[in-house]
Write a protein that binds this ligand. Structure first.
Ligand SMILES: *[C@@H]1O[C@H](CO)[C@@H](O)[C@H](O)[C@H]1NC(C)=O
Ligand SMILES: *[C@@H]1O[C@H](CO)[C@@H](O)[C@H](O)[C@H]1NC(C)=O
Ligand SMILES: *[C@@H]1O[C@H](CO)[C@@H](O)[C@H](O)[C@H]1NC(C)=O
Ligand SMILES: *[C@@H]1O[C@H](CO)[C@@H](O)[C@H](O)[C@H]1NC(C)=O
Ligand SMILES: *[C@@H]1O[C@H](CO)[C@@H](O)[C@H](O)[C@H]1NC(C)=O
Length: 432
């Protein structure tokens, strides 16, 4: 069993922490690539000895060399304690993971980062290898509901300090391709304060019952493409938090997971801004939600121009959800508050498949109803196995229009001729 002190240390950590300087550096002079294998820098590659020092040594050389590749070769297993790989570096630096990277299986051996995070630019991670967090079993017992008080002393739910297998901070023009990321103690791949992100053909897998294990987590990050990837985890498949805009998610399979999620936004009266998100050609299977927007009562700011197109769901409890009464504290601790993050311009086009609880749940704020909600060709039918029975769709303070085939019919509750009009208005002083 782990102590709460060990949990707290883990939460602040990340296995690979990647960052780069805003003011970068020399253009590539050479066109040939230099490949630096960590084996040449003293890596034991036995899956037991800590190879973090060898990786950092290879990184430091590669960082000064335009177009260099740091290689973790195939058929080797690299045990790594958490490392920070930091920029600024020369352009087109690549970390090629062909072997298996193993995070420490013991939570207690994940220290707090000992120095501040720094930055990367024009950087790629690719390869046929795996980054394995090895952390599932120990976390399940530590964070079960019976252990809530212990978990909270470990800051289990502290925002923004989730331990992450691969975490980018303040990095720009970053590509992550082909690798597999498994069994993270919490989030698998995180981008915070980044821009120009391309994620393609990656696989994320963790058990559906592993707590708080988001697949890809975006925070304060713009211009993102997530394509052709398969994500299975115990929390949000892709989680989009405040400060994100121009996010495109395409050809992604989420199974299992809690679906694609914007928020929770606006916690503790905070300002939240999310705009211009497109998720298309998405398959969500065996999930709590399909596509969801969740905001806390009392927040400010807005969520606007969000489109979900061609979403195929199977055995999803609630495929379409807007929840402006979001509360993950449970019970009486979330008091009703006036004000809400405004939600406007959300389109659901061709969302089809099966649900196991409620097809659509649009629960919008009394103070700031959702506007411009469009549904076109939404066809949802009960899954053969709906253990607790199903309930009718809900539309609460949701305005917009329903077009094409809408099934079940109750989903047509959106129908309004003045779909974009804000029926109730309150002063709106916060602009995003
Ligand atoms: C996707 O990644 C896998 C695993 O690394 C690799 O075998 C495959 O060639 C990649 N596909 C493309 C189109 O790059
Ligand atoms: C709660 O934590 C204690 C101590 O870490 C552990 O012995 C117990 O099994 C946990 N309970 C559950 C339900 O996981
Ligand atoms: C990112 O790439 C784009 C397009 O290639 C380029 O215009 C931009 O300057 C780059 N940004 C940074 C911070 O490197
Ligand atoms: C909505 O967001 C998408 C995705 O970023 C963008 O392509 C489109 O131009 C935006 N539409 C409006 C009206 O801003
Ligand atoms: C919040 O408001 C809802 C709807 O009016 C009501 O059902 C609920 O009891 C209220 N909750 C609290 C904690 O006051």
């Amino acid at each position: 069993m782990r102590s709460s002190v060990a949990s707290a240390a883990l939460l602040a950590g990340a296995l690979l922490c990647l960052l780069a300087s805003p003011a970068l550096v020399a253009a590539a002079r050479s066109t040939g690539r230099t490949t630096l294998s960590v084996l040449s820098f003293g890596a034991a590659a036995d899956g037991v000895t800590d190879d973090a020092e060898a990786l950092v040594a290879a990184w430091q050389v590669a960082c000064r060399d335009p177009r260099a590749t740091v290689l973790l070769p195939s058929r080797h297993r690299f045990h790594l304690s958490p490392v920070t790989l930091q920029g600024p570096c020369s352009t087109k630096l690549t970390l090629q993971i062909d072997g298996t990277v193993l995070a420490p299986p013991e939570m207690g051996s994940w220290p707090k980062p000992s120095r501040p995070l720094q930055w990367l630019q024009d950087f790629s991670i690719l390869g046929a290898g795996t980054v394995d967090g090895q952390s599932i079993t120990s976390l399940q017992s530590a964070s079960s509901p019976a252990n809530t008080s212990q978990a909270s002393t470990g800051h289990w739910h502290s925002p923004g300090v989730k331990p992450t297998l691969i975490r980018f901070y303040s990095s720009f023009n970053v590509t992550v391709r082909n690798i597999r990321i498994t069994n993270s103690p919490q989030c698998h791949l995180k981008f915070d304060s980044c821009g120009g992100i391309k994620v393609k053909n990656i696989t994320i897998s963790s058990p559906g019952d592993s707590p708080n294990t988001d697949g890809i987590h975006l925070q304060n990050t713009r211009d993102v493409e997530i394509k052709s990837s398969t994500i299975g985890c115990g929390d949000d498949c892709v989680s989009i938090q405040t400060g994100c805009s121009n996010v495109h998610i395409k050809n992604v399979v989420c199974n299992p997971s809690h679906g694609i999620s914007l928020g929770g936004l606006g916690k503790d009266y905070s300002l939240a801004c999310v705009s211009d998100v497109v998720a298309e050609n998405i398959i969500v299977q065996n999930a709590l939600y399909g596509v969801r927007i969740k905001t806390w009562q009392g927040g400010v700011g807005s969520v606007r121009n969000i489109t979900f197109t061609n979403v195929r769901v199977a055995n999803v409890a609630t495929p379409i959800a807007i929840d402006q009464f979001y509360c993950d504290r449970g019970g009486a601790r979330c008091a009703n508050r006036t004000g809400a993050v405004a939600i406007t311009g959300v389109a659901y086009r061709r969302v089809v498949g099966t649900y196991s609880f409620q097809p659509v749940r649009l629960a919008c704020s009394d103070a700031r109803p959702c506007t411009g909600v469009t549904m076109v060709d939404v066809r949802l039918s009960p899954a053969a196995t709906a253990p607790g029975g199903t309930v009718a769709p809900l539309c609460w303070n949701s305005y917009g229009e329903a077009l094409g085939t809408i099934q079940p019919l109750g989903v047509g509750c959106l129908q309004r001729s003045n779909g974009y009009a804000m029926p109730l208005t309150q002063p709106f002083n916060y602009t995003c």
